[in-house]
Design a protein around this ligand. Structure first.
Ligand code: NAP
Length: 247
């Protein structure tokens, strides 16, 4: 029996990258995982298999409040409750301010910040029923704390998630539900593909005190810790998983 046995966990953006690693690790720790993503079910099959026997896939675009509501309802009906929410779905559309397009700003904010709001609002009443086992983990970023040239919308969305984390930590604390953020640095996924090639990679690695780019598993381990009973007295915090890149 794993440490999360009996708990149902909803992970958004779970078809690949960091979300996939989170789903796999929570599943290996005994949780039954509801993997949510915009991709067709066929494209999520590998992630679903890795998340263990009790896992299920739900196609859901977090930008749509109605789709999220319907998905949470389906998860609770099919899986018997909801104790853990990991708001991981996210996109980055980079570009310097003077060339930034309104639609790119809106899309990044809609997925990264409004999406997390939709999921948290829809899941909250079920998480409150889980009482002291209720957990929300928001995947923010080093960029939300430190800023990053060419990432104005992404930085705004990730800094916004930290405000959401602290506010809901206060709102939900009286029922024992904790709300925390994880702030990854550079993690090797599709999102960072173009930044981690050739000479750029060498420069990047040289700037990271621990001397390597992070893996999705590094982030998943932090999420697992925050979801477990051992983190029951930690709320409103940001756990940095960045190899020492930003302290
Ligand atoms: P990724 O490999 O691109 O995975 C993101 C997943 O989210 C994809 O499966 C994507 O589906 C899905 N998604 C996108 N829009 C969605 C929507 N509207 N509704 C539901 N799912 C949606 O990225 P990642 O690197 O694993 O990033 C995961 C999270 O970590 C993001 O929030 C990101 O900002 C954060 N983060 C990443 C890094 C890093 O270095 N990689 C660092 C700090 C923070 P599609 O394939 O269809 O787009």
């Amino acid at each position: 029996m794993g440490t999360l046995a009996g708990r149902v966990a909803m992970v958004t953006g779970a078809a690949q990258g960091i979300g996939r690693a989170i789903a796999a690790l929570l599943g290996a720790s005994g949780a039954r995982v509801a993997l949510c993503d915009v991709v067709e079910p066929a494209a999520a099959q590998d992630a679903l298999a890795e998340a263990g026997e009790g896992a299920a896939y739900f196609r859901c675009d977090v930008r749509s409040a109605s789709e999220v509501e319907a998905t949470v309802k389906a998860i609770v009906e099919r899986m018997g409750g909801l104790a853990i929410l990991v708001n991981n779905a996210g996109i980055a559309i980079d570009g310097l301010l003077l060339r930034a397009k309104d639609e790119d700003w809106q899309r990044v904010l809609e997925v990264n910040l409004t999406g997390a709001f939709h999921c948290t609002r829809a899941a909250a009443k079920h998480l409150l029923k889980a009482r002291a086992q209720g957990r929300i983990v928001n995947i923010s970023s080093v960029v939300g704390e430190a800023g990053s040239t060419g990432q104005v919308a992404y930085a705004a969305s990730k800094a916004g998630l930290l405000g959401v984390t602290k506010t809901l930590a206060q709102e939900l604390a009286s029922r024992g539900v904790t709300v925390n953020a994880v702030c990854p640095g550079f993690i090797e996924t599709r999102m960072t593909e173009e930044h981690v090639q050739g000479e750029r990679r060498e420069r990047l690695v040289a700037s990271i005190p621990l001397g390597r780019i992070g893996s999705p598993r590094d982030v998943a381990e932090a999420v697992l810790f925050l979801c477990g009973d051992g983190a029951g007295y930690i709320t409103g915090q940001c756990l940095r998983v960045n190899g020492g890149l930003y302290m």
